[in-house]
Ligand binder design. Structure first.
Ligand code: BES
Ligand code: MN
Ligand code: ZN
Length: 482
């Protein structure tokens, strides 16, 4: 999408639709009064009114988008209004969208971010889509009192949007295309942004003693990988980094404890945690964030096979702790156990935040609009929750009760990999906590928020959300840069 900022009076190109943001309670006179009077449009948040060939306007079409009360209008409101208007006009046949918006440079820039996020499409595998079903808008002009200032304000947001696009592409790719080595190769390509990327294969992970992660990938013909993305953007390149760890199960059949057929195709996005970490690293490098940050992705495929790991197997993790496998479908925690241990052991980070589509139980607890946040450090949890609020990504703190630890006691090993149905997301988090070695740590269970179908949010098209990139980027920007 070609996005530019223009002065309010700039000439309107041919084949243009105008999108006008309207506050609640606005009074219309003149030519528009009749159109508005014939509708229920009041300017309430989310309302739209589509006017064809509007009298007295230079555009072919005019869409009014309500943004609610002026005093409650904020940057997220500008994003949503722009995306709502785009959605109303995207297949109109018109080529250009002019967004008329009042406010500072930041407000215009957020409208542009809304367009970037709302116009995302994953259409590379469609060969027969009819031309009239495809979006026709290829250019968006956004008005600003100072277009150059708006463009400058948008630059770091464009880097975030690029990161979210990267995450959404990874999450959307089918599992026959995006297997661990392909995921790793796409990370390696990010070196063009200035990241350093190291890829470990099975032999290297064997050397490191990663018996937990490797067991999960053992039944797959695809090699497991550990991708390590490094961004050294701080003035002191040797200062202690922050770290993000992602579950990257490129397909989760459940393994020998196989899942039912219904909706199993959803398990292509069981690499959503790794996808978010990769997108975050993309965004940090793209905007040259003044921070040292490490991203670690545990990339595997969980398959049933003659060589697959079994319920009953006892695994030895890199930490030395042993795990009795009760259910091969509780594989994400096994991947993260070694990835987290490796992360703290090698990088001694200020903190680690892991992201994982870890449990169905979190969807039962919080639904699809909130991810669960577990943390052994109140300061880190507060920073994450503040950032989530500012970026309008749902996040809810959950407890790590010591009394629930006994649910993962094993008769023959240090722990077992499932804790039963009660508090399933909590016992998964308690399991992970055993692999952080006292490092300040938070775990985000994003099983509910990684994929939205249908989506009711204009900036999130159906499918891959890209959840977490914004909140983590914001936390880094507000608390760990400079
Ligand atoms: N990847 C799943 C969790 C999941 C379920 C993510 C639905 C997104 C949508 C995870 O590996 C899993 O299978 N968890 C099991 C754990 C159980 C066996 C203890 C679950 O939640 O049922
Ligand atoms: Mn599973
Ligand atoms: Zn899984």
């Amino acid at each position: 999408m070609d996005i530019e900022f223009v002065a309010a009076g700039a000439a309107v190109p041919a084949e243009t639709a105008i999108l006008r943001l309207e506050f609640e309670g606005v009074k219309y006179g003149g030519a528009l009064a009749q159109a508005v009077a014939a509708s229920r449009f009041t300017g309430a948040k989310g309302q739209t009114l589509d006017i064809l060939a509007p009298q007295g306007e230079s555009a072919a079409r005019l869409v009014l988008v309500g943004v609610g009360l002026a005093e409650r209008f904020d940057p997220i409101g500008a994003e949503q209004a722009a995306a709502t208007g785009y959605n109303a006009l995207k297949t109109s046949g018109l080529a250009t969208l002019r967004i008329e918006i009042e406010g500072d440079a930041e407000t215009s820039a957020h409208a542009a971010l809304g367009i970037r996020l709302g116009s995302y499409r994953f259409d590379k595998y469609r060969t027969k889509e009819k031309a009239d079903k495809k979006p026709s808008i290829t250019k968006v002009q956004i008005t600003a009192a100072d277009p150059a200032a708006a463009a400058a304000a948008f630059a770091p947001m464009a880097a975030i949007a690029n990161g979210i696009d990267f995450t959404r592409d990874l999450v959307s790719e089918p599992p026959n295309v995006l297997y661990p080595a392909e995921f790793a190769a796409r990370c390696k390509a990010l070196e063009s942004l200035g990241l350093e990327v190291e890829i470990l294969g099975e032999a290297e992970m064997m050397q490191l003693g990663m018996g937990s992660l490797l067991a999960v990938g053992q039944g797959s013909i695809r090699d497991s990988q550990l991708a390590i993305l490094k961004w050294y953007g701080a003035d002191d390149k040797t200062s202690q980094p922050i770290a993000f760890v992602g579950k990257g199960v490129c397909f989760d059949t459940g393994g020998i404890s196989i899942k039912p057929a219904e909706n199993m195709e959803d398990m292509k996005w069981d690499m959503g945690g790794a996808g978010t970490v990769a997108g975050l690293m993309h965004a940090l490098a793209g905007r040259k964030a003044k921070v040292n940050a490490i991203g670690i992705l545990g990339l595997v495929e969980n398959m049933p096979d003659a060589n697959a790991y079994r319920p009953g197997d006892v695994l030895t993790s890199m930490s030395g702790q042993t795990i009795e496998v009760i259910n091969t479908d509780a594989e994400g925690r096994l991947v993260l156990a070694d990835a987290l241990w490796y992360c703290q052991d090698r990088f001694k980070p200020k903190f680690m935040v892991d992201l994982a589509t870890l449990t169905g139980a979190v969807i039962i607890a919080l639904g699809n609009d909130y991810a669960a946040c577990y943390a052994n450090d109140d300061g880190l949890a507060a920073n994450l929750l503040d950032a989530a609020k500012a970026e309008d990504e749902g996040l809810w703190r959950m407890p790590l009760p010591p009394a629930y630890e006994k649910q993962i006691d094993s008769m023959i090993a240090d722990m077992k990999n499932t804790g039963g149905r009660p508090g399933g997301s909590i016992t998964a988090a308690l399991f992970l906590q055993r692999y952080v070695n006292g490092t300040p740590w938070a775990h985000l269970d994003i099983a509910g928020t990684t994929w939205k179908k249908p989506s009711a949010v204009a900036t999130i098209p159906d499918g891959a959300v890209g959840y977490g990139v914004r909140l983590l980027n914001r936390m880094v920007a507000d608390k760990y840069e400079g």
